[in-house]
Design a protein around this ligand. Structure first.
Ligand code: COA
Length: 395
């Protein structure tokens, strides 16, 4: 297998983007990634578009995006793994390059969730599970799935709604420094506690929003990297796993088994034994506040039942044991489903290279970062590990 690097990344402004079409939105991030990497359309062998779709009028998004971005007639496909679509697309591009099938591949994640007409966006997201059993019979909405996990976690470990709210407060704090974030306002625990219940115990400010946006990363083989940049970021591990469609078949509601398995696979590939002492930062899938707390544990940053203490002690802020979601996370940066995983990986590559700057820039001591991206309620899970170093351990 060949080594694979990230040459450059881009992201559109996230939010309600009624000012652009799907293809125009994709172009915003693709253009930035081309500028950062020095790659032009001519250099790209293949492109992959990650999008959940269903709300957009476009049924063939990859083709529409490809034409607008000047990539036709390169080979393309659309990749879908619910909210983990972006990481799944990066995984696909990685395997194409590692196997020698391609040299340079662009991954463009894009979603225009606000375009939905019928059924509504909230209903469409609610189908992200076992539709006929859970949604049609019991009317489970997507926040309700995570509410099951939140209730179960709080009951077992004694965490409170205020503890969960601290995740939203942190992520809105960092979102306030990110000009491309959906929400750029800070909030307090009191704001979260006073916000309306969406699915008890989760309130409006425990939830990620409905977001439009795009993100792009351009990947290349080790042989091709040197033509474009002296500052690549290497993909050192990608773990992937799936979970049952039907939540009633899960062993418990305290963590996401698929995420745990994906993390363990990725750590093995990257030869990481104590993640908290090796990773400089993490982008975690905080679609709901409880999801970030479970991520701390699924990723083995702490033991089971200890996750909520990590945020209570502010250890996931910059300067703490392991900064998480300095981008603002899904909660404040936004969650345009197909773009989310690509945006996490692009953000981390810029973080490792010191290109974020300001309040959001992490201290890079070891040169390692991790993206944790979950689709559905652990129906899909991808964990991607990046490093500044091609094959060594730490810098
Ligand atoms: N966080 C903070 N503010 C939010 C928000 C969120 N998640 N969602 C909406 N708002 C704000 C809006 O900006 C708006 O504010 P304004 O009145 O000042 O403009 C207000 O709340 C109402 O917005 P609206 O779009 O009508 O909200 P809604 O009630 O239709 O939807 C949720 C709210 C929580 C149901 C919706 O955001 C949701 O389903 N989120 C979860 C998304 C999800 O499941 N994604 C997949 C996860 S993997």
């Amino acid at each position: 297998m060949r080594r694979v690097a990230i040459l450059g990344a881009g992201q559109s402004r996230f939010g309600k983007r009624t000012d652009v079409r799907l293809d125009e939105l994709a172009w915003e991030s693709f253009r930035e990634a081309m500028v950062e990497s020095g790659v032009t359309q001519r250099d790209i062998d293949s492109f992959i578009v990650s999008t959940l779709g269903g709300w957009s009028a476009e049924v063939l998004p990859a083709v529409v995006v490809g034409e607008y971005c000047g990539l036709t007639p390169k080979p393309t496909m659309r990749v879908e793994a619910a909210c983990a679509s972006g990481s799944a697309a990066v995984y696909q591009a990685y395997t194409m390059i590692a196997s020698g099938h391609a040299e340079v591949v662009s991954v463009i994640g894009v979603e225009k969730m606000s375009e939905s007409s019928t059924p509504t966006t909230v209903e469409l997201i609610g189908r992200a599970g076992n539709y006929f059993w859970e949604f049609e019979n019991y009317g489970m909405t997507f926040p309700a799935y995570y509410a099951l996990y939140a209730s179960s976690y709080m009951n077992r470990y004694g965490a409170t709604e205020e503890d969960l709210a601290l995740v939203a407060v942190k992520n809105h704090y960092y979102g306030s420094f990110n000009p491309k974030a959906h929400f750029q306002r800070r909030i307090s625990v009191d704001d979260v506690m006073k916000s309306i219940y969406v699915a008890d115990p989760l309130k409006l400010l425990d939830c990620s929003p409905i977001t439009d946006g795009s993100a792009t990363v351009i990947l290349a083989s080790e042989e091709s990297v040197k033509k474009f940049t002296n500052e690549p970021v290497w993909i050192r591990g990608i773990g992937a796993a799936s979970g049952t469609a039907n939540l009633s078949k899960r062993d418990n509601f305290l963590g996401l088994e698929a995420a745990r398995k994906a993390a363990d696979d990725a750590y093995k590939q990257a030869n990481i034994e104590r993640p908290i002492s090796k990773l400089d930062l993490v982008e975690a899938h905080d679609c709901f506040t409880i999801a970030e707390v479970m991520a701390y544990e699924d990723l083995r940053l702490v033991e089971r039942g200890e996750g909520y203490k990590l945020i209570k002690e502010e250890q996931t802020y910059k300067g703490g044991k392991i900064p998480v979601n300095l981008s603002g996370g899904l909660k404040a940066k936004g969650h345009p489903i197909g773009a989310t995983g690509v945006s996490m990986i692009g953000e981390l590559s810029k973080q490792l290279l010191g290109r974020i700057g300001g309040e959001r820039q992490a201290d890079i001591k070891h040169g390692w970062a991790l993206a944790h991206n979950v689709g559905g309620t652990g129906h899909y899970a991808y964990v991607t590990i990046l490093s500044l170093d091609k094959n060594g351990d730490v810098l």
